[in-house]
Design a protein around this ligand. Structure first.
Ligand SMILES: O=C(CO)[C@H](O)[C@H](O)COP(=O)(O)O
Length: 220
């Protein structure tokens, strides 16, 4: 199976977690696009979706799925999103699509994070995928120096301005073996908007697309 077919498979499998009449949290990316398409085609009528990006909002509206503002909801049952990497504890690197801040906000509203990913995303330790960090532009150079002190190399993602008007640094050379402590540490640096390690908001379930079908990993 191609990577695209695996993404379609897990996008469809995620429908199992969507209840008719509920409000669902929706992430961003090519795998989530497959989920949105599957939801629209499924006939499951949700009360609405809270979206993590302009990209997903436009796709859902185009397919007739009502999109609600995050401020309108008290909480969500599930948040469905992809990942750039996920480890065996459900910790993830996210932000390849530059939507990490809104993704973390919507994930935080949800009782359960359902990660949908193809098997190439499963890793022993986070850090092979360049870690996205959303930063206030004036702090970018200082934050890059802080990563250098940890052995990382931070590169400004050229030409990218996030949905929040900020910049993205992509950091290579890190091995993140203590995701929760790492996330808490980087989050407190002045000028960091969001670090792309999702540890506090880790996945509860991962639907992993493999050549043998969808494997369900649970982390509760
Ligand atoms: O974090 C993300 C966007 O900010 C995506 O979930 C992540 O980049 C995975 O994307 P894809 O499904 O296209 O591989």
């Amino acid at each position: 199976m191609t990577q695209d077919e695996l993404k379609t498979l897990v996008g469809q499998a995620a429908l199992h977690y969507v209840e008719a009449g509920s409000i669902v949290g929706v992430g961003t990316g090519s795998t989530v696009d497959k989920f949105i398409d599957a939801l629209a085609a499924s006939g499951i009528k949700v009360a609405g979706a809270v979206s993590s990006s302009v990209r997903s909002t436009e796709r859902m509206k185009g397919l007739g799925i009502p999109v609600l503002d995050a401020a309108e909801v008290q909480g969500l049952g599930v948040y469905i999103d992809g990942a750039d990497e996920i480890d065996h504890g459900g910790h993830m690197i996210k932000g390849g699509g530059a939507a990490l801040t809104r993704e973390k906000i919507v994930a935080d509203l949800a009782e359960r994070f359902i990660c949908i990913a193809d098997e190439s995303k499963l890793v022993q330790a986070l850090g092979k995928f360049p870690l996205p960090v959303e930063v206030i532009p004036m702090a970018a150079a200082q934050i890059a120096r802080r990563f250098a002190a940890m052995g990382g190399v931070a590169t400004l993602r050229a030409g990218v301005v996030t949905d929040n008007g900020c910049h993205i640094l992509d950091v290579t050379g890190l091995q993140i073996t203590e995701p929760r402590a790492f996330e808490a540490n980087v989050n407190q640096w002045p000028g960091v908007v969001t670090v792309g390690v999702f540890a506090r908001n880790r996945a509860n379930v991962c639907l992993l697309g493999t050549s043998e079908g969808v494997k369900t990993l649970t982390f509760d």
